[in-house]
Unconditional design. Structure first.
Length: 253
């Protein structure tokens, strides 16, 4: 049985134009998912683009405001299961854009097992704080580099498992732990993969991106701090940059 898959994007008002583009790209090119869940801080809500979100058939939620929203968005992602009842959750960022048709379940699952990425290329040294984050958190050596950015598909129970471990092993919430660790030593994606590797590795197909490339080549990652949707428009499919693209409903709808 194919698991129910929801797309999860944690965004904020400064990425609203990227988010609108990402949502259009999902509607145009992605299939195999049930819905897109977008979460923004409460203070960002009035500055978002509601027409873009509504037209894409997205469920929009708010979360609390954080003094440091970089940590805030990481914490929100580790609570993604509280915003959706999907069996599996596909984490994407606002500045990730689909540029070609993509059936998500075919790309992200191998005979029912989620494909989980790691990087053997050695670009990030073992002394790096993000790479060392799973070892510090789980209290046991985690050798592979698990800091690969999204796309990342995760069974819903992994999020709750991380929060439970944080209370049991560190006596504090994941929010408190993240703020104590700080920007340079906390990586939510490394923790999600670290739980999978340290607790249930046999439930996943592990893919070395240094040898096999990224899991979703149809999804391009941009850098929202240095680029804008307008600056990259020339490299995108024309139907994506048109004023009113016609969305393709997700499979089964």
């Amino acid at each position: 049985m194919t698991p129910v898959l929801d797309v999860f994007i944690r965004s904020y008002h400064r990425d609203r134009h990227w988010l609108a583009l990402a949502l259009r790209s999902i509607a145009l090119f992605a299939s195999g998912y049930r819905q897109v869940v977008v979460v923004v801080p409460r203070s960002s809500l009035e500055r978002m683009e509601p027409s873009a979100i509504k037209s894409a058939g997205v469920r929009l939620y708010t979360c609390r405001d954080y003094a440091d929203d970089y940590l805030g968005q990481q914490i929100t992602k580790l609570n993604a299961d509280r915003y959706t009842d999907a069996d599996t959750i596909l984490h994407l960022d606002s500045d990730q854009v689909f540029t070609a048709p993509c059936e998500l379940t075919a790309r992200l699952f191998d005979h029912g097992r989620p494909r989980m990425a790691f990087d053997s290329g050695g670009a990030r040294p073992e002394s790096d704080g993000w790479r060392g984050c799973p070892t510090a958190f789980f209290g046991e050596p985690v050798r592979p580099d698990l800091t690969e950015p999204p796309p990342l598909v995760v069974p819903r129970h992994v999020h709750a498992g991380i929060r439970a471990h944080c209370w049991n092993a560190h006596g504090r919430s994941i929010s408190s732990y993240a703020h104590a660790a700080g920007f340079g030593a906390f990586c939510e994606f490394a923790l999600l993969r670290g739980f999978a590797l340290s607790r249930e590795p046999e439930r996943y197909t592990w893919v070395d991106t240094a040898r096999h490339g990224r899991l979703l080549p149809e999804c391009r990652s941009f850098w929202s701090r240095a680029e804008t949707p307008a600056s990259v428009a020339g490299s995108l499919p024309p139907e994506l940059t048109a004023a009113s693209p016609q969305p393709v409903p997700p499979a089964g709808q």
